[in-house]
Design a protein around this ligand. Structure first.
Ligand code: FMN
Length: 202
């Protein structure tokens, strides 16, 4: 059986913050289950903002279109397209995913094509079907997500769909912003590790 490859995208600004710890644990679980894994800490990666020029969307075809920017996103996009599993992690900031996660997400627009003058975008066919784990954390208890109309989960689910995620699990924790140097609990660690195994299972 071919080895599964799993990529984890950390959309937090804090190295070793709770999102980073959860992603690390999920990837450790996936590795235990035999996968090759890669952790991407977004603040370390050279990703420009999308300019809405849609150059990457003009040509139909199975593979993502080319962006006008010459930065690290082309390689990262390719890795996400061909991964068997993906972890997307973000704190809830202002009710939404972080700006750094959103900047990465907007650059995924090359996964579709939408030539000028046509009514709606279409997704490309060459994206490996995959499993996804979405990690979302907030300082508020999770009950506040509904009351405050937090958009983070909806945005992450939409992006998982764009990445051709057929199976999606969400790991969400409230009450996470209380310490300067937080450590995830043993229960959270175990839940994350289990999801790493789930990512590799069929
Ligand atoms: C700029 C900013 C905005 C935030 N907005 C919210 C919010 O709207 N709701 C909430 O519950 N927590 C909010 N938080 C708390 C973060 O969600 C929390 O600190 C984070 O989940 C911890 O993740 P990390 O350790 O990976 O950084 C905010 C934190 C910052 C710094």
């Amino acid at each position: 059986m071919p080895v599964a490859n799993i990529i984890g995208i950390v959309g937090s600004y804090r190295e070793n913050g709770v999102n980073d710890q959860l992603v690390t644990e999920i990837l450790a679980g996936a590795a235990e289950a035999g996968a090759t894994t890669r952790r991407v800490f977004l603040p370390d990666v050279d990703i420009e903002f999308c300019t809405n020029c849609r150059a990457c969307m003009q040509e139909p075809g199975d593979e993502p279109g080319r962006c006008i920017h010459n930065d690290a996103m082309a390689e990262l996009l390719d890795a996400c397209v061909h991964a068997d599993g993906i972890v997307l992690a973000s704190p809830v900031n202002m009710g939404a995913v972080t700006a750094i996660m959103k900047r990465f997400m907007e650059r995924l627009v090359a996964l579709g094509y939408w030539p000028w003058g046509t009514p709606a975008p279409k997704m490309r066919e060459g994206i490996t079907p995959k499993s996804a784990v979405l990690v979302i954390t907030s300082a508020a208890p999770t009950i506040a997500w509904r009351v405050g109309r937090f958009t983070a989960e909806t945005t992450m689910r939409n992006v998982a769909k764009m990445l051709n995620a057929k199976r999606v699990r969400v790991l969400k924790y409230g009450l996470m912003g209380q310490q300067q140097h937080p450590t995830i609990s043993d229960t959270q660690r175990a839940e994350a590790r289990k999801l790493g195994h789930w990512l590799v299972s069929k």
